[in-house]
Structures are given as C-alpha cells and as structure tokens.
Design a protein around this ligand. Sequence first.
Ligand SMILES: Cc1ncc(COP(=O)(O)O)c(CN[C@@H]2CONC2=O)c1O
Length: 487
Amino acid sequence: MRAVLILWAPPGRCRRRNVLKCEYAVRGEIVNIAQRLQQELLDKPGTLPFDEILYCNIGNPQSLGQHPITFFREVLALCDYPSILDKSETQGLFSADSIERAWKILDQIPGRATGAYSHSQGIKGLRDAIAAGIEARDGCPADPNDIFLTDGASPAVHMMMQLLISSEKDGILCPIPQYPLYSASIALHGGTLVPYYLDEASGWGLETSELKKQLEDAKSKGISVRALVVINPGNPTGQVLAEGNQRDIVEFCKKEGLVLLADEVYQENVYVPDKKFHSFKKVSRSMGYGEADISLVSFQSVSKGYYGECGKRGGYMEVTGFSADIREQIYKMASVNLCSNISGQILASLVMSPPKVGDESYDSYRGERDGILSSLARRAKTLEDALNSLEGITCNKAEGAMYLFPQINLPQKAIEAAKAAKTVPDTFYCRQLLNATGIVVVPGSGFGQVPGTWHFRCTILPQEDKIPAIVTRLTDFHKKFMDEYRD
Ligand SMILES: Cc1ncc(COP(=O)(O)O)c(CN[C@@H]2CONC2=O)c1O
C-alpha cells in the first residue's frame, strides 16, 4: 500500500514557536563555549590548561586535516575554469581521465557554464551518472528522474518533512538516539517526533516490536504517523543494520503504509568485516517490492564517506513509490529553490560514479580511498578501546559512520552538581571535559537517550597523530572527575 501525503496546511500555525522549539546540539552550547575559549587562547596565550581546542563535535573531516580526493578536485577545477582545458600544459598537470570526465560533464551543462542555473532536479547528465552508480551498487534499476540533487542531504530532509507534515497531528517515527537534523526539522515544520528506542545492550539494535509499540502508542494519542526514519549506518550510534533487520523494516513500512526515509549518508563508512552496507532500495527490490508497494526516499551526501566534502554542499534524494501528483509537488518544492549548487551536483555524480579499474586515476583514487577508510577504522577502534577502559564508561563498537557514543554511569554527586549548575548531567560532564582539556564533544541529551542514561558523542575524525593526545587528556580528566564526584 502506498503512503498518502496530506498537502494541505492549517492556517495560523505558529512558526515562531516552531523555531523556538528547534534545537541542533551538534553546534550547540558546548561548541559556543569552545569558540569563546578558542578566542581566549588567541587573546591570552598560556592562561588555559591546554593549548588548542580539539573539535570532536562534528563530522567535518577536512576541517581536521583530511585531504580531498585528487580525481574529484581535478574534475571540479577543470569544470569551473574550462579555459584550462585548452592549454597545452594541462595535459601534464591533470590526469587524462579527469580531463575526459570534465569534458563529458561540461558537455552536459547548458552553455558549459557551472555558473548557470540548472534543471531544478539537477543536471540530467549528472543524474544519469548517479543513477548508473546506484544501479552498479544495488544491482537493480534506478531512474534519473527519481533523483533530486540538493545542497547536501539536509535540505532534502527538510523538503520531505515539509511535504509530510501539515500539523502537530502528523508524526514521524525517529530513532532515539537520532541525528538532531530530524528532531529539528520536525519541530520547524510543526510535526510530532514519535520516538523508537534503539537497544544499546544489543549494539543499538532496531527491533520492529519497538516500532509497532510506538506506532500504536502514537495512534492512541491521535497522531497520524506518516513516515519512518532509519539512519544506516547510524549517527550517533554507529551501528550497521543486518540485512534481515532491514527486510523487517521494509515489511513494517509496507504494512503500515509509512514512507521509509532512508538516511544512507554513511554508506561508504563501514569498518567491521562482518557487516556490509545494503541500501533500502536494494533490500526492498530483493523482496519483490516495487514502485506500487512502498514509498521510499533514500538520502545520500558528499559530506561523509571517504570524500568528506561537507563544505561543497552536495547530495541527493532518490524518490520512489509516489504517485504522479505527489511527485509533481516534490518537483514544485525543488523548483522554488531554482537548483542546487553545481559544484555539489558534480561532486555527487563523482561520488556515485568514481574512477573504475583501468582508468588512469583508478590506482591513486583507490589508494586515497582505502587509506582514509582504513585510518578511520583504526581511529574508531583506538578510541572505543580507550573509552571502554575508563571507570563507569561503556561504549559500543563503531561498526560504521564517524562517531562513538559512550554511556557514562555518573556518580550521584556529579548528578547533584549538575543540578546545582542548572544543567543536565551529560552536559555538565562535557562542559567540565572541555574546560579541562579543550576537547569538544556533544552531550547525549542532544541526540536523545533512554531516560536516566547519560552519553556523549565523540567523532573519530582527529588525524591519527592527534588520537594519543586525545586519549591521554580524556583519560586524565575522567580519572580526576570520577575522584572528585565519587559517592
Ligand atoms: C545522518 C546524517 N544525515 C544527514 C546529514 C547532513 O549532511 P549534509 O552535509 O549532506 O547536509 C548528516 C551530517 N552529519 C552531521 C554534521 O556533522 N556531524 C553530524 O552529525 C548526518 O550525520
């Protein structure tokens, strides 16, 4: 059964209240304190117990020293300044296949101008390349007309929330812990977040019994649940779903007529040998479900993976299983923003259609890609082991994505001290950690957690030579903190 979207919005919804309700902890209170401390380090060197701020709050790899992929940047440079292509010295500066790919892309852009508006879904030739990449990944057909290129995955998520939510009676099932883009977008659009709790004891497992329970609970409160968000690999939790679990989720959405919003921005970030990324598109088609059976929106981004091109703002949503009139509304929404930026569009096509075996750049591309991913896997393991060695901390493995999300069993004295400081315990801990070490992490309360449990999220992104210092500073701080607040 296909999901039905209500495209009518009640008059007088208080948008100002929605803005006030909206929160985004990844760049919240702790980061604001860090930026003040950063200025203090500049203004008054030597006055703080550390000499640099280590930003472990945001999945922003290149801000922490990760290099971009050479082939991607060669193609971008050539596309943005095509007259280089006519110069004889270019052959010696750029690989033959990046020159060839740049010509191919420019021939697909009207006027060969990356400064021109494009089709509101994105340049058709680039969507062809992305669709081909999806087909190569999944082994099932992908239609370029189902692809909407966006300025990162974030605006695509906002667009879908705008379409799905018409009042606070419209609910969206979201994982807890969740990436706060979802809670923020649902708040901004005046909807209701319907939580389903991931099971920390089973490595952040997603049980369909929990989905059913939360769905029924929402219905009993008069909430009409429209969609189910799944983030796979998970942020902040780092789990990679087993294919059988994904089949159960597809079955659940089909049975309940829910739109499946599959956030797959970490699809290239899988670090454990016993897990593999399967797209929900591939899983649903392998179950024999097609356009008429399930409404599925798959999100991808150029911000993650091994490319980490966060600032280029590229990504897409693949929209399948919606009726023509709803597709028309989605296109209308996209057209209001005219188009996404062309560099982001080009990058999204390169991410989904990178150099192949035999291409001149393949070996260097493969070396850069594997080097980054193997380093991320090592950093994840080192930090996971360090966290698990600390008193009162348990940390599930980061099977994928870019984060660790340890649980801290805080002494009652620390909980009382947090209350006295008019803050919640995990924020109190993160604030103390920052003030003592310069390490910036995000309190678990910014992602949601089982009431009475406390966590923080730390990225695995600082370069490997920085990891020992982070482990040392964190370990020393934690020992002192636990001694100070021991019951
Ligand atoms: C699960 C998930 N979906 C979407 C996005 C948005 O990506 P775009 O850059 O394409 O809009 C992010 C970004 N990750 C945020 C940003 O850094 N740290 C985070 O947790 C994310 O983690």
